[in-house]
Every structure is written in structure tokens, then in C-alpha cells.
Design a protein around this ligand. Structure first.
Ligand SMILES: NC(=O)c1ccc[n+]([C@@H]2O[C@H](COP(=O)([O-])OP(=O)(O)OC[C@H]3O[C@@H](n4cnc5c(N)ncnc54)[C@H](O)[C@@H]3O)[C@@H](O)[C@H]2O)c1
Length: 286
């Protein structure tokens, strides 16, 4: 079984930066890459800010921070991927973009490397089919923010081997995470399937005039003990991400149940993607 020492993270956005951070903190050598080095540098700035706060709270020493930072190699494209033991793909939730990335990863990575994806919904098997190593392709679905959220869904593609499941689970656990195994490559896996049903009902309640956005969120927080309401949560994670996942489930099932509601489409068309754009379901100061 391949021993994982070096992890390459492709995509340095909200999730990729966070996964690279957790990997470096956990002692892995990390390569962090994006289409442009400026996104990688932004991710490192976010890590630095997080670690600085951890030092102030007494949860980390300055020496630990420097060591973690020293383990991260910043790059763009696929440079420095050739000797990675594992790659975690964390680019945009677009099937064609992910397929192209997997084709490229298969050609640049060493044959024994494991290729994981952080996709929120898409087929692991479809991505594996772009490679010549289908048994070594797996879903590792972290949650936002990866530095704080405990769960990782470990998702089997049709051809994923038991060894690959074991290695990916062990890596997640070594990062302090708790894993669940998703035994079948079905759209949305476990968490997003459950969450999006609630999201759709939350939107319908507002569209039907039953309750306001604020009151639906208050109901979820105080009535169901959720730490965030659905609208607050979607603004935090990215309204566009939730929309892409919903759309994918709709395309897969052809069931109106998953059809993105009009008020969600209106937000997407208006570019209101949540906190990252200064506005989503709610308005934020930029
Ligand atoms: N945001 C969430 O709450 C959340 C939670 C779990 C999983 N995910 C999944 O994680 C993935 C990334 O989501 P995110 O929120 O970090 O998105 P994001 O938009 O913040 O980051 C995506 C990054 O990928 C980069 N990128 C795009 N194409 C690329 C390519 N071909 N090569 C290298 N980099 C490329 C972009 O420049 C960007 O920096 C998606 O698959 C998403 O579904 C997101």
C-alpha cells in the first residue's frame, strides 16, 4: 500500500486552501496549486491569519506555524505534482473542468498516486473513467471550513479499491477528521442530499410568503438547533456552489424535486454568490 507523505492540492479557493492548511498542520508535505499563483498566495494569507489567531488563543506556537508554512510549496498548474503520493482535486464544481483536470493528473502523477476529489455531488466513477487508474480514484468530501469541520465523506466510485478507501480514510483521520463511508457513487452523497432538501423547502417557504428569510433561519437555529440557518449557510459556503450541486442532482434525477427554484436562479443571474461577493440571500459589507 502506498505511504502518503506528500499531498498535492489542486485549486486554492475556499476549500482547497483550507484542505492544504489542515494537511500541512498534520505534518504532510503539501503542494498547493491554482490556475494563477495569486490565488495560491491569497490562500496562504488566509492560513497565516488563521494560524496567527490560533497562536493568540494559545492553541499553536509560532514554531508550529513556521513549520506548517514551511511544508507548503506554492505553485501553479501541475508543477511539482509528479512525486505526490496523493492529489486532492478542489477546483470549481464543473464536470467538464474536473474531467479535464483528472486527465491531466493521470498523465503527470506517478502511477501509484491516489487521485481524490472534493466534489460536492458529482460522479467519482465518471472522473475515474478519465484515468487509467480507476481503482485509485476516490471522493474525499471535506466541509466548509476544512480547518474546523470534523466530517469527511469517503466516497467509493464503482471501481475504487478497498486499499484506496483505507488509505483515504487513514489520511482524513490523521488530519483529525471523522469519516463516513459512502458506499455508492450516487449524486449528492449523504450530507448534500439531506441538506438540499431542507434548502429547497426553506426557499419555498419564503417564495410562498409563509415566512421571511430571517425567520426561516431563526426557526432552523432555535427550533432544530442548527448552528446556522440554510440561507446563512448558503451565503457562507457560496450560493453558486449550492446552485451547481442542485442543478447536478436535477440533471441526474430529472425529478422536479431538485429543480432550482426561481428565486435562487435570480440570485445567480444577479451575481449574488454570498459573502464572497458581498451579497447573497442577505447583504454584507465588502
Ligand atoms: N464551498 C463549500 O462550502 C464546499 C464544501 C465542500 C465541497 N466543496 C467543493 O469544493 C470544490 C471547490 O469549491 P470552493 O468553494 O473552494 O470553490 P472556489 O471557487 O472558492 O475555488 C475554486 C478554485 O479552483 C480554481 N480553479 C478552477 N479551475 C482550475 C483548474 N483547472 N486548475 C486549478 N485550479 C482551478 C479557481 O481559480 C479557484 O481558486 C468544488 O468542487 C465544491 O463543490 C465546496
Amino acid at each position: 500500500m502506498v505511504e502518503i507523505k506528500k499531498i498535492a492540492v489542486l485549486g486554492a479557493g475556499a476549500m482547497g486552501g483550507g484542505i492544504a492548511q489542515v494537511a500541512a498542520q498534520s505534518g504532510y508535505d503539501v503542494v498547493l496549486s491554482d490556475v494563477d499563483i495569486k490565488y495560491v498566495n491569497n490562500a496562504v494569507d488566509r492560513m497565516n491569519a488563521f494560524w496567527q489567531k490560533s497562536i493568540e488563543k494559545g492553541k499553536m506556537t509560532a514554531e508550529q506555524k513556521e513549520k506548517a508554512l514551511g511544508r507548503i510549496k506554492c505553485t501553479s498548474g501541475f508543477s511539482d505534482f509528479s512525486d505526490a503520493d496523493m492529489v486532492i482535486e478542489v477546483i470549481i464544481e464543473d464536470l467538464e473542468a474536473k474531467k479535464a483536470a483528472f486527465r491531466e493528473l493521470d498523465s503527470v502523477c506517478k502511477p501509484e498516486a491516489i487521485l481524490a476529489t472534493n466534489t460536492s455531488s458529482m460522479s467519482i466513477t465518471v472522473l475515474a473513467n478519465e484515468t487509467k487508474r480507476q481503482s485509485q480514484v476516490i471522493g474525499m468530501h471535506f466541509f466548509n471550513p476544512p480547518s474546523l469541520m470534523k466530517l469527511v465523506e469517503i466516497i467509493r466510485g464503482y471501481y475504487t479499491s478497498d486499499d484506496t478507501v483505507e488509505i483515504a480514510s487513514a489520511v482524513a483521520k490523521s488530519m483529525g477528521k471523522i469519516t463516513i463511508e459512502v458506499k455508492k457513487d450516487y449524486p449528492g452523497f449523504v450530507v448534500n442530499r439531506l441538506m438540499l432538501i431542507q434548502y429547497i423547502e426553506a426557499i419555498k417557504l419564503v417564495e410562498e410568503g409563509v415566512a421571511t428569510l430571517e425567520d426561516v433561519d431563526t426557526a432552523l437555529k432555535l427550533g432544530l438547533n442548527h448552528p446556522m440557518g440554510q440561507f446563512e449557510l448558503q451565503d457562507f459556503g457560496g450560493v453558486d456552489i449550492g446552485y451547481h450541486v442542485l442543478n447536478y442532482l436535477y440533471q441526474e434525477h430529472k425529478d422536479p424535486l431538485w429543480n432550482p427554484p426561481q428565486s435562487l436562479k435570480a440570485l445567480i443571474r444577479a451575481g449574488r454568490f454570498g459573502r464572497k461577493t458581498g451579497a447573497g440571500w442577505f447583504d454584507y459589507e465588502k
